[in-house]
Design a protein around this ligand. Structure first.
Ligand code: ATP
Ligand code: MG
Length: 298
C-alpha cells in the first residue's frame, strides 16, 4: 500500500447544512489526521459552534486559523419562487450560495421567474439586485408584484448595462452593496451581449473568457454573502439532435450548480415545462409543468 497523500494545500471545511451534519465528529476526525492542513472552518451557525468540540479543536490546533465573524458564510437557505411546481422540483426553492442558471427559448418564462423571485425576496425582507440587459417590462413587474408594487420596487436595485463592458462593470459594482441586506442577484440575460460577439472568432473567445469571469465573480459573491444568484441563458438549436441547448460554453455549465431548462408546450397557451438539468442534491431529469398567468407563474 502506498503512502497516504500529503495535502500540501490548505483545506477549508465548509459546513453548509450544519443541522444535518455531525460536524464535531468530522472535525475531530480530520484534526487527528496529520496529513491534513486545516486552515479554517467556515461555519454556518456561530452560536451552535461556540462551546462545541469543533471550536476547541480549531483553537487548539496551531495550523488552524479561526475565521473572523465578517468572513463567516451564512447557512445555505432557499428562496421559494412562489411557483409551487418549480419550488417542489428544487426541493423548496432557489438555493443560496450558488449560481442557478435558467435557460430556454424566447418566451419560455425566464424573465417571469426572475421577476417573481425578486418580488418574493423583497417580501421575505431582503433587497434584490437585478442586472437587466433586455429592458424588463415595468407593467409586467407591476402585475406580478400586485398591490404593493411601489414598495417592493423600492427594494429592487436595477442595473441596466448597454454592452458587455457595462455588464462587467455592473457585476463588479454589486459587491459594494452586498452587505446591505441583499438576498438575491439576478442577471437577465447573462448571455445576450455575449451572443452579439459570437460571429467573430477572436471576439468570441475573448467574450467566452469574460463571461466565465463575470459568472465566476458572482459565484464568489454568492458564497461569501450567502446570496441566491440567478442567471438566465439563451439557447441554440443543435443541428444533430434538433434540441435547444444552452449557450455560453462548458465553463458556464460547470459554474452553475443548478440548471433549469424551460420549454414551451405546444398548443397549450401559458403552459410551460421546466426540467432540472443539474442539481447538487436533487435528482436530475425531474420535470414539472407550470403556467404563466396574469399575476405571475403558478
Ligand atoms: P426572452 O428569451 O425573449 O427574454 P423569456 O423566457 O424571458 O423570453 P418571459 O418574458 O418570461 O420569457 O415570458 C414571456 C411569456 O409570458 C409570453 O408567452 C407572454 O405571453 C407571457 N406573459 C406576459 N405577460 C403575461 C400576462 N399578463 N398574462 C399571461 N401571460 C403573460
Ligand atoms: Mg426574458
Amino acid at each position: 500500500m502506498g503512502k497516504p497523500p500529503v495535502w500540501k494545500s490548505s483545506l477549508i471545511i465548509l459546513f453548509n447544512s450544519i443541522f444535518e451534519y455531525d460536524y464535531t465528529q468530522c472535525v475531530s476526525g480530520l484534526i487527528t489526521n496529520k496529513y491534513l492542513h486545516i486552515v479554517g472552518i467556515l461555519y454556518a451557525v456561530p452560536d451552535l459552534i461556540t462551546n462545541s468540540l469543533a471550536k476547541r479543536c480549531i483553537l487548539e490546533t496551531p495550523l488552524c486559523r479561526y475565521i473572523p465573524e465578517h468572513e463567516v458564510y451564512t447557512i445555505n437557505t432557499q428562496l421559494p419562487s412562489g411557483c409551487e411546481p418549480i419550488d417542489k422540483m428544487l426541493g423548496g426553492g432557489f438555493e443560496s450560495g450558488v449560481i442557478t442558471q435558467i435557460f430556454g427559448e424566447a418566451g419560455s418564462g425566464k424573465t417571469n421567474i426572475c421577476l417573481q423571485l425578486a418580488v418574493q425576496c423583497v417580501r421575505n425582507g431582503k433587497k434584490a439586485v437585478l442586472i437587466d440587459t433586455e429592458a424588463i417590462s415595468p407593467e409586467r413587474f407591476r402585475q406580478i408584484a400586485g398591490e404593493d408594487a411601489k414598495e417592493i420596487a423600492q427594494n429592487i436595485i436595477i442595473y441596466e448595462p448597454h454592452d458587455f463592458e457595462e455588464q462587467y462593470a455592473a457585476v463588479h459594482e454589486v459587491e459594494k452593496i452586498c452587505s446591505e441586506n441583499i438576498g438575491l442577484i439576478i442577471v437577465d440575460s447573462a448571455t445576450s451581449f455575449y451572443r452579439f460577439g459570437l460571429d467573430d472568432d477572436e471576439t468570441s473567445i475573448r467574450n467566452r473568457r469574460e463571461l466565465a469571469n463575470q459568472i465566476g465573480y458572482l459565484h464568489a459573491l454568492a458564497r461569501k454573502y450567502g446570496l441566491v444568484v440567478v442567471i438566465t441563458n439563451q439557447v441554440y438549436s443543435d443541428v444533430n439532435s434538433g434540441s435547444h441547448l444552452p449557450i455560453g460554453g462548458t465553463s458556464l455549465e460547470h459554474i452553475s450548480k443548478t440548471i433549469i431548462q424551460l420549454e414551451r408546450m405546444e398548443s397549450r397557451a401559458g403552459k410551460r415545462r421546466a426540467k432540472l438539468w443539474k442539481h447538487r442534491s436533487r435528482p436530475e431529469g425531474e420535470i414539472c409543468e407550470f403556467t404563466i398567468t396574469g399575476e405571475g407563474i403558478r
